[in-house]
Structures are given as structure tokens and as C-alpha cells.
Design a protein around this ligand. Structure first.
Ligand code: 5GP
Length: 190
């Protein structure tokens, strides 16, 4: 998606060969016009896949996931990074290793919002090692829901996330795929 790639080139900052900062338009301050364009693109791509729900992982995926859910006319379910006191009943939980902090957290969801006839699109801001998305898939499996596909804003294609997910049989649709990067340099896969 050209709009996103151009924005990454103008305002993104590769702080090293592995981590890209996008806090001026996605992760901290959010460009709502860009997020709307992102949502339109995801909705166009996934509109015929029979999606009943969108799932994202708090917090940076929420903005694009919410707008995509609105475009597709389906609910958004936000997976939490720790058990919330207001989520009642037995929770679905799985341990995930965070790419950015290298620590682990319990990805958590209430089974109330996931049913066996749900066909779910997972949306997240970044795909690196695929840990967050595979954690989300584990929770969906526990709820006996099915995965319709995975929508990613920024995929770092030099990290193994896409390969892992594709080998497991999932479709990964990424709006910007970074081939390589270093301080001051970002190169995309066409
Ligand atoms: P994964 O689980 O695929 O290894 O990493 C994906 C998660 O880590 C995303 O939800 C995102 O929050 C975070 N992440 C991974 N790589 C980056 C990065 O280069 N920049 C930022 N800002 N977040 C990242």
C-alpha cells in the first residue's frame, strides 16, 4: 500500500536493523486518515472471506482493527496482554514472548466473545517473529473458532513471522513488507 510505504519512508525511523519506530503515526500518535485508508484496503481484500469477527492484540492494533471491523460491519475483539479484573468467568490464556521487550505475557480473552462458528480476521501493526499472531491463533483454537486470515500493517520480511504462519497454512496479507533496514535506510519488497 503506497500511502503507508511513503509514510514509513518519511516518518518511520529504523533504530537498528531490527526495530522500526512509527510512533508519530501508528504507535503513539495515530494518523486517523491513514488508518482509514488501511482499513479500506483490509476490508477490500477480505470482504468475501465470510469474516464474522476481527481480533487484535492490545494496544497498537486497535486503531486499524476497529476501523476495519467498522468497514466490514463486524465486532472487534481485543485480546488483552494480562487478565483483566472486569473479564468474568473462565478465561482463555496463552503465554506469548514480546518482540519489543523480550519478556513474556499472558495473552487473554473471554470465551464469551468467541464462538465455534466465528471466522476471524486477525489484525496487528507489526509482524516480526509471529509470536503475537500465533498466540492469538492458539486462543482462537481454544474457542474452536476458525482463522480467515491475518492482516498486518508492517511486515519485517527478514524476520521469520510470515514463513511460520504460511507454513502453518494461514494467509498473511501485509500492507508494507520491509526487505531490509538499517539506520536511515528502509527497503521494501515490491
Ligand atoms: P512478533 O510477535 O511477530 O514477533 O512481533 C509483533 C509484535 O511486536 C507487534 O504486535 C508489535 O507490537 C511488536 N513489534 C515487532 N516489531 C516491531 C517494530 O519493529 N517496531 C514496533 N514499534 N513494534 C514492533
Amino acid at each position: 500500500m503506497n500511502l503507508l510505504k511513503e509514510r514509513i519512508l518519511s516518518d518511520g525511523r529504523a533504530i537498528n536493523a531490527d526495530v522500526l519506530k512509527v510512533d508519530s503515526f501508528i504507535n503513539h500518535q495515530v494518523d486517523t486518515v491513514l488508518m482509514e485508508a488501511v482499513a479500506e484496503d483490509f476490508a477490500r481484500h477480505f470482504k468475501d472471506k465470510g469474516i464474522t469477527k476481527i481480533v487484535t492484540i492490545e494496544s497498537s492494533g486497535i486503531a486499524p482493527a476497529l476501523l476495519t471491523a467498522h468497514e466490514l460491519g463486524v465486532p472487534l475483539v481485543i485480546f488483552k496482554k494480562k487478565a483483566s479484573r472486569v473479564l468474568n468467568g473462565s478465561l482463555l490464556q496463552t503465554e506469548v514472548t514480546s518482540f519489543t521487550t523480550n519478556s513474556t505475557y499472558e495473552l487473554t480473552a473471554s470465551p464469551k466473545f468467541l464462538k465455534s462458528d466465528d471466522h476471524v480476521l486477525i489484525i496487528d501493526d507489526f509482524l516480526a517473529n509471529g509470536e503475537a499472531v500465533t498466540g492469538a491463533i492458539r486462543l482462537l483454537r481454544m474457542a474452536h473458532a476458525t482463522v480467515a486470515g491475518i492482516g498486518i500493517l508492517i511486515e519485517k520480511s527478514f524476520q521469520p513471522g510470515r514463513k511460520k504462519l504460511e507454513e502453518a497454512g494461514f494467509e498473511v496479507y501485509s500492507l508494507a513488507r520491509i526487505k531490509e533496514m538499517s539506520t536511515g535506510h528502509i527497503e521494501f519488497i515490491d
